[in-house]
Design a protein around this ligand. Sequence first.
Ligand SMILES: Cc1cc2nc3c(=O)[nH]c(=O)nc-3n(C[C@H](O)[C@H](O)[C@H](O)COP(=O)(O)OP(=O)(O)OC[C@H]3O[C@@H](n4cnc5c(N)ncnc54)[C@H](O)[C@@H]3O)c2cc1C
Length: 368
Amino acid sequence: MTRVAVVGAGFAGAATAAALARRGLGPGVILEQEALPGSHASGRNAALIRQLEFDPIVRALTIEGVRRIAATAYEGAPVLRPTGGLYLADEAGGERLARAVGELATSGVPSEHVPRQEACRRFSFLERFHFQSLLWCESDGVADIHALLLAMLDEARRGGFSLVTHCRVEDLVTIGDRVIGLKTSRGDVPADLVVDASGAWAGRLGRRAAPLPLRPLRRHLIVTSRPSAWPHDGPLVWHLDRGFYVRTEGEGLLWSPCDERDHPPADPVFDPAAQDLLAEKLAEGAPGLPDLAVQRGWACLRTFAPDRRPVLGPDPHVAGLFHVSGLGGFGMTASAALGELAADLMGGGEIAPHLREALAPDRWDAGS
Ligand SMILES: Cc1cc2nc3c(=O)[nH]c(=O)nc-3n(C[C@H](O)[C@H](O)[C@H](O)COP(=O)(O)OP(=O)(O)OC[C@H]3O[C@@H](n4cnc5c(N)ncnc54)[C@H](O)[C@@H]3O)c2cc1C
């Protein structure tokens, strides 16, 4: 019987364990260094379910992810709130949106390219924003990220995976170039297969000499008051050309100035400069908004490979080591799709060759 050890209880680890469990590929263990699953990016992201991605590989993964999330419930309640998504563009960005409508349609996702006047007629709060046209995608929305993560972990548990928290993985245990377990802060854990799903920390396990080229980037989220004219459960709004997004959050609004700054793997502190950046972007991109009172904010890390595609597949150097990392800014949405691909490969199955190549961990190695 194969013993699987998954490092990290974020969306990458939970989705992979759930998909393995569904195939009967347990038992296994999910090892998490923190006290709770989802303590980093997976529990503190913006919760946007967005299918408008310009990279075809990422788009395919997010569309499949949304299909799966839309069918997921936790404790009887659906995890997806389909608010719809509005993606705003200035004059020059209109053509890109028109093309995107065609690309989404090819994958069976209806969307519409709408000029400003018509968009403001349908969504009057948009009059406060500068834009020339937008893409409306009705099946986008907002997820209950905690319910989604717990649903995945529940499924993993039912298939024989246990979650061990406060357990930091320190190293691989190998014989020759084959994994036989993990060294952890709570002792050695035997394993035939190890999944590195450790988010901002990923890509180092067993690869000290040549870590995967993953780059954690800090991003801020800021909650403000909500103007009275803003619809209570309105669509998410992303200004693609001005670089900010917003959605409703309880009685307030949750914004991001879409900042990106290199940051070592850690829990980043909130930098008040992010608030100034958001204020500057709104002064230019949404001058009609009244003053908004900032209520709270936080920062967290999005982790990217150089081509901004996830890393998924067997390690080229260490037998039994598997990578599911580099989930970037779309990882919650794409995670269910990534988990399925990972489990297919780990179970000895095949996945579409173009996906296998696009996501392969050895894609930066010389000659590949
Ligand atoms: C501000 C922000 C907004 C975002 N908004 C969205 C969004 O709207 N929609 C969307 O789809 N995605 C969004 N994302 C991206 C998404 O959150 C991430 O892609 C996803 O959560 C990454 O999941 P992960 O499991 O790879 O990483 P993580 O959630 O970081 O999980 C990795 C886990 O591994 C654990 N770990 C690390 N090292 C070890 C070790 N040695 N031993 C044991 N455990 C270890 C960590 O503690 C952590 O819990 C956003 C991200 C950020 C930061």
